[in-house]
Design a protein around this ligand. Structure first.
Ligand code: PMV
Length: 349
């Protein structure tokens, strides 16, 4: 009976767009029908690094960005999330039980519309958590993917992207591998380039292990309310996005470097002009930026980007990777360097 109802939900839902489906309430009567199963389901997703940044929300309830963005999904770094049915929702991150309100809210949003039982979520990251390396992007992507499979919800990758977005907008992009865009009106991510066609490398230099003091959502809202540069930032975002798509299509590294660094620095400009100011960088961040700029001036194909944190992400060609790794290692030490390539989709393992 339970599976028949889920089947019905699945096919009825196809007639609706994802957002209207998520807002449809009568199915809540079906929620009690899921029978507890003992097996667990595990999914993996990779973090991503944005080249054209998103900073600011146009709709906080739906978690809709105010700017379109483009990112690279990272190989090697991954979040592995296992869900098992339980009597109450519990969340474990890296072997520690946590009371993560963002994840609990996300689960209850999904539960309002689907037949998902209480669950134990067990998440492990093979990279530092909450340190500006996009663990929330890979985390929500892995969780959404695992829930979809475990409860046979039948969502497509595009739909999963829109659902993951509700947890963290950047996680909408981590559903997909390769170079990925996120733009309206659907605000589902889409693949721009598959990983094989432009073999870029991303070298991450971890300059600090501290957890950020102001989280992204809070920081974005402060910026929207107080930065005099917020309006120009929003105004220019679409043309930066379009120009970047063209640079990717033409595999124009110089153009991509120029646009990406500019998008990052414009975002940082809005953060610095927020009241109180959001200063996410530290002196080592700047030291790495100077080293990257020096290499590029000398002809090495590399550029930098940073997010709401002090870590440096250096994007380079395979030919430049050795030199970039050596240079950044000499600043942060080899154990703080993570060499990545372009990663794949979120998936069940
Ligand atoms: O999606 P969130 O809430 O993790 O915010 C991500 C914001 C940035 O990382 C700074 C930029 C981006 O587009 O990823």
């Amino acid at each position: 009976m339970g599976s028949l109802l889920l089947h019905w939900i699945y096919h009825s839902r196809r007639r609706e767009s994802i957002d209207s489906w998520l807002n449809f309430s009568p199915w809540q009567t079906c929620l009690q029908t899921h029978k507890k199963v003992n097996h667990s389901t595990t999914a993996i997703a990779h973090p991503n690094v944005a080249l054209i940044k998103y900073w600011g929300k146009s709709d906080r309830a739906e978690n809709i960005p105010s700017t379109p963005s483009i990112s690279i999904t990272l190989s090697k770094l991954e979040t592995k999330t296992t869900i098992t049915e339980a009597d109450i929702d519990t969340i474990w991150i890296n072997h520690k039980k946590v009371n993560d309100k963002k994840i609990l809210k996300f689960i209850s949003q999904i539960r309002e519309k689907t037949a998902i039982a209480a669950i134990k979520i067990n998440t492990e990251n093979n990279f530092p958590t909450g340190a500006g390396l996009a663990s929330s992007a890979s985390g929500f992507a892995a969780l959404t993917t695992a829930l979809n499979k475990h409860f046979s919800l039948g969502f497509t990758q595009n739909e999963l992207s829109a659902i993951a977005r509700k947890g963290s907008a950047s996680s909408a992009r981590s559903i997909f591998g390769g170079i990925v865009s996120l733009q309206g009106p659907s605000w589902e991510a889409a693949i721009v380039e598959q990983n094989s066609s432009w073999p870029l490398k991303v070298i991450i230099a971890k300059t600090s292990s501290e957890r950020k003091k102001v989280g992204s959502s809070q920081g974005m809202e402060l910026t929207r309310r107080t930065s005099p540069y917020y309006e120009p930032w929003i105004r220019e975002a679409k043309s930066d996005f379009d120009d970047c798509l063209l640079a990717i299509k033409e595999q124009d590294f110089e153009k991509l470097a120029e646009l990406s660094e500019r998008s990052c620095l414009k975002m940082i400009g809005t953060m610095l002009s927020t009241s109180p100011p959001l200063i996410y960088w530290n002196p080592t961040t700047l030291e790495c930026i100077q080293a990257i700029r020096k290499m590029r001036d000398a002809g090495t194909a590399v550029f930098f980007t940073t997010d709401a944190g002090p870590q440096i992400k250096a994007i380079c060609t395979p030919e430049s990777a050795k030199e970039v790794t050596k240079s950044l290692s000499s600043i942060v030490g080899p154990t703080n360097i993570f060499g990545c390539e372009i990663g794949g989709n979120a998936r069940i393992v």
